[in-house]
Write a protein that binds this ligand. Structure first.
Ligand SMILES: Nc1ncnc2c1ncn2[C@@H]1O[C@H](COP(=O)(O)OP(=O)(O)O)[C@@H](O)[C@H]1O
Ligand SMILES: [Mg+2]
Length: 592
């Protein structure tokens, strides 16, 4: 299994951090009042908390030391009130900034969901599911962190440090300069730490991405690994990744564990310095005790904003990387679009391929080569041929799952690329090779494309495809499980069959739709197939050649080209590829 899931997740830098930041901040526009209210509350809260040591100084100098004990109660009360108001404002501010953050990420998640629904199949061929999900979950969550507390905290702490600076100078210049002696150390240490912590976190993030990626693939492929009995091997492989993640985390942990004591030591050094210089000044009566206490109190409050600011920088950088990954999805455009948004009022159902050349990726051998064919309206055409011949590709192109540039496909004479995509697809129903059901009840799945259909019509469709008895025995409200895993393959195919019929399409595509259905049920479907296919254009891709006896025309494909076409009788008589394939299947069946 691929253990390097995150390798491609580092995008070539297209936007600067500043551009990304501006774009992210544009999301605050609808919440601008809330955002600024929060900012204002935070500012007031900070301002009040900066006042507290000043009140302390006044209490000591003007009341305690001056012997004015009557007023001490009052000043203590003020200290308390300032504390309460400051704290309350802080709570309000945090609440509203987080609220803004939650609103923004909810919006981004919704936008990303629309986008992901809109993007064409080629996007999903290229991108690993795990990586997309990681962007929508981890990366978006990271933004919440930045938006809710990160930015406001940073602004407030800058304000706090600025305010502090002026207050300290106002209180005593000499002592302020003493405090500032430790600043170069603090700054140097913070920068050093920031670099260390950043690389450590990057490593943990990457290791974690690998862990989640491996988990995801292991869970989706669980039955395969069980069948090959490689569970132990997989667990061992996972152990390596897990260990890598573990070690990366321990490293980050160590850095943080060492970091705080060192910060404390530097601050203790500053405190000692202030205590000494300030103490001497108090002794020589050039400084009051209250101011000294205020200084010491301010020193204890210095560590937190400096730490927060340096963390903010890390947070900002990683958030910008996450933002870039999210915008990368939001900025993508579906490769398949309508050229003209034409809407057909009614559809007869003739499909014509003209000189169609197609390959899934540029510079590779085309999967369809100069493909020409007319499927007449209301007729049933069967495509047969070896695996990889290009049968599913044809249906992919009819459904416009992929764009094509050479040649054309016409529906009743109109190029399908000119038609409104959604309206066009409304005419089509497909029963795909991998019968996919959504988790939910049988009823919900049957109503998937036609939410308003009545229970009676559902029952009629079930009878038609021979699924009535099985659905009745389970009940309409039976939970099918994720991807329909609580049903057998054949049952899933029957439901897909019914789901397609219910939408009453003009064009019906069956891609090996009966390959997992037992012979008896297939017979039931065969019998009603005539009814199902009547009055619409149908394309049947069939593996079992016995099922194509009654179609109007059989197209035999090989390596992206039509090798033979004709009715069943004609092709058998011709004794070509089809007759050969048929004979082989027939003899294999009988020798089984
Ligand atoms: N999504 C895809 N991306 C790239 N190549 C593809 C994709 N789907 C199919 N192919 C290639 O196109 C060829 C035809 O595939 P397909 O039309 O599915 O064959 P089949 O006749 O079995 O339905 C195969 O060689 C296959 O490898
Ligand atoms: Mg196929």
């Amino acid at each position: 299994m691929n253990k390097g899931v995150d390798q491609k997740d580092h995008l070539a830098r297209e936007y600067s951090d500043w551009e990304l930041f501006k774009r992210l901040m544009s999301y605050t526009k609808p919440h601008i009042y809330v955002f600024f209210t929060a900012l204002l509350a935070m500012f007031l809260s900070t301002f009040l908390s900066v006042l507290q040591p000043l009140i302390l100084a006044i209490a000591i100098d003007d009341y305690i030391l001056a012997g004015n004990l009557d007023g001490l109660g009052f000043i203590s009360l003020i200290y308390l009130l300032v504390g309460i108001v400051s704290f309350s404002l802080n709570v309000i501010a945090s609440y509203y900034t987080t609220l803004t953050g939650i609103r923004i990420i909810t919006k981004i998640r919704q936008e990303a969901f629309y986008k992901l629904q809109d993007l064409s199949m080629d996007f999903y061929d290229r991108e690993a599911v795990g990586r997309i999900i990681s962007r929508i979950t981890n990366d978006v969550e990271r933004l919440l962190n930045l938006l809710s507390t990160g930015i406001i905290d940073a602004i407030v702490n800058v304000m706090f440090l600025g305010l502090l600076f002026f207050i300290l100078i106002y209180l005593d210049l000499k002592l302020t300069l003493t405090v500032f002696l430790i600043f170069p150390f603090l700054a140097a240490f913070t920068v050093f730490f920031r670099i260390k912590a950043r690389t450590a976190w990057q490593k943990t993030r990457r290791a974690l991405a690998k862990v989640t990626g491996y988990y995801q693939e292991a869970i989706s492929g669980i039955s395969v690994s069980k069948a090959f009995a490689v569970e132990d091997f997989m667990a061992k492989e996972f152990q390596e990744l897990n260990l890598e993640n573990y070690l990366a985390r321990i490293k980050a942990l160590t850095i943080f564990a060492v970091m705080f004591p060192i910060m404390d030591i530097i601050l203790a050094f500053g405190t000692a310095l202030v205590l000494f210089v300030g103490g001497v000044a108090v002794g020589t009566a050039s400084l009051s005790v209250g101011v000294l206490v205020a200084f010491l109190s301010y020193l204890t409050r210095l560590a937190q904003p400096i730490m927060t600011l340096s963390n903010f920088y890390n947070n900002l950088l990683s958030s910008m990387a996450a933002t870039e990954r999210i915008f990368d999805i939001l900025d993508r455009n579906p490769s398949v679009v309508s050229r003209d948004n034409k809407v057909l009022k009614s559809v007869n159902g003739s499909i014509e391929f003209k000189n169609l050349n197609f390959s899934y990726t540029p510079d590779t051998e085309p999967v369809l080569k100069d493909f020409n064919l007319k499927i007449d309206a209301k007729k049933t055409f069967a495509f047969v041929g070896h695996t990889g011949a290009g049968k599913t590709t044809i249906t992919n192109l009819i459904c416009r799952f992929y764009d094509f540039t050479q040649g054309e496909i016409l529906l009743d004479g109109t190029d399908i690329r000119d038609l409104d995509l959604k309206k066009y697809r409304d005419w089509i129903a497909i029963i795909p090779q991998d019968s996919f059901l959504f988790s939910g009840t049988i009823r919900e799945n049957l109503r998937f494309g036609s939410p308003t259909v009545s229970d009676e019509d559902i029952e009629k469709a079930l009878l038609k495809v021979g699924a009535f008895d099985f659905v009745m025995s389970k009940g309409f409200d039976f939970q099918v499980g994720e991807r329909g895993t609580r049903l057998s393959m054949g049952e899933r195919q029957l439901l897909c069959f019914a789901r397609a019929i219910i939408s009453d399409p003009q064009i019906l595509i069956l891609d090996e739709a009966t390959s997992s259905i037992d012979a008896h049920t297939e017979l039931v479907i065969q019998q009603s197939l005539h009814n199902i296919l009547k009055d619409r254009t149908s394309i049947i891709i069939a593996h079992r050649l016995s099922t194509v006896r009654m179609v109007d025309r059989i197209i035999v494909m090989e390596a992206g080209k039509i090798e033979e076409k004709g009715t069943f009788e004609e092709l058998i008589k011709k004794e070509g590829i089809f007759a050969d394939l048929y004979k082989k299947q027939f003899t294999v069946k009988h020798s089984e």
